[in-house]
Write a protein that binds this ligand. Sequence first.
Ligand code: FAD
Ligand code: PHB
Length: 393
Amino acid sequence: MARLRTQVAIIGAGPAGLTLARLLERQGVDSVVLEDRSREYVEQRIRAGVLEQGSVELLAEAGVAARLQREGLVHSGIELQFDNHRFRVALSDLTGGRSIVIYGQTEIVKDLIAARVASGAPILFEVEDVVLKDIGPGPPSVSFRHAGEEHELRCEIVAGCDGSHGPCRASVPASTLRSYSREYPYAWLGILAAVAPSNEELIYSHHRSGFALASMRSPALSRLYLQCRPEEDIANWPDSRIWEQLQLRLGLPGWQLKEGPVLEKGITPMRSLVYEPMQYGHLYLAGDACHIVPPTGAKGLNLALHDVRLLAEALTEFFANGATSLLEDYSERCLRRVWRAEHFSWWMTSMLHRPDDGNEFEVKLQLAQLRYISTSRAAATTLAENYVGLAKV
Ligand code: FAD
Ligand code: PHB
């Protein structure tokens, strides 16, 4: 058995774990990152693409935004499509100049891993059987197997950044954790296609056949999504059917989507889920490990980054002078933004997706809300300030 020691054991090398490790490293706090997948796998896993300005600023403060600032696509608006026309929500005009940046989560993860590896600080991929011990009264430790050898990592804090199916949240006694959730009767079928984006800005389309979204990853890569049923089998969706539905839901008279080779496709279920509190004893949860939002508001990655910003601040204080007040308030401070984002994501989702039972009353309400956004500056501002990320919640 190999024994290791660190100040913070970080479980999970997604955006939350990697950003936390980087922020702590800059403050002189030691950590070890443990990830159960391979480096190649986490660098290729296609997920989010929209960064709030605050997230870009955090990555810049962490010194990992050079490529993001070169290659990221700055957007100052999004388009809403309904009733056979498009309406532009002028994000920047409505929010005093704030904007979003399109840059793939895969690229953020690659940049963060490269920075970690270059610093020489420990990050272990393909670890197995991660088990948390003594997280309540402490002192905590994490046991795991790596390259066939058993390890014990002693630490002062465990950061649970292991996503929605990881072992950290499951280590908290059920009686101390409360969950709040909502399932949706639809899912997203997403594709990555080797074709230039058809529109300069993202298009969120409300359509009788179901929601569709045209997004992008770069000037040569389009990312597109279609509402489908959660139990849908991807095998029933040959590329031709996907393009046909995308054309139907996103097309307008005189405007067609550009098509190209499909590089990747998959179905993502939609959920809203919050676990409270986000801390127990010496364990602090961050990102998808303690909250999930449906992707319609583009908030999941941004929330994960906000959590670790607060956690890094609190841990820096704790290791500098033993102060525990920020650590004690961690969950409460995070949850204010989490619930704002939960509401916004639920609202966007409910406004844009076709009800599964085809309820016409609900469709009329959706269209009334979309028309309100397109005619009232106040309503458009509500959408815009939430979409770019509220400075204060
Ligand atoms: P994760 O990225 O899930 O990272 C957790 C890590 O922990 C993983 O690497 C996992 O392998 C590892 N792990 C799990 N179990 C163990 C274990 N036992 N031991 C060690 N490691 C473990 N969000 C947005 O903000 N904008 C968007 O546009 C957006 N679009 C999305 C589109 C799709 C299709 C999907 C699926 C998600 C989208 N999201 C979006 C959500 C966003 O991707 C997540 O919120 C984000 O990945 C959360 O980061 P995280 O680090 O908390 O969790
Ligand atoms: C994406 O580009 O993957 C994306 C964009 C906007 C969303 C969700 C996902 O709301």
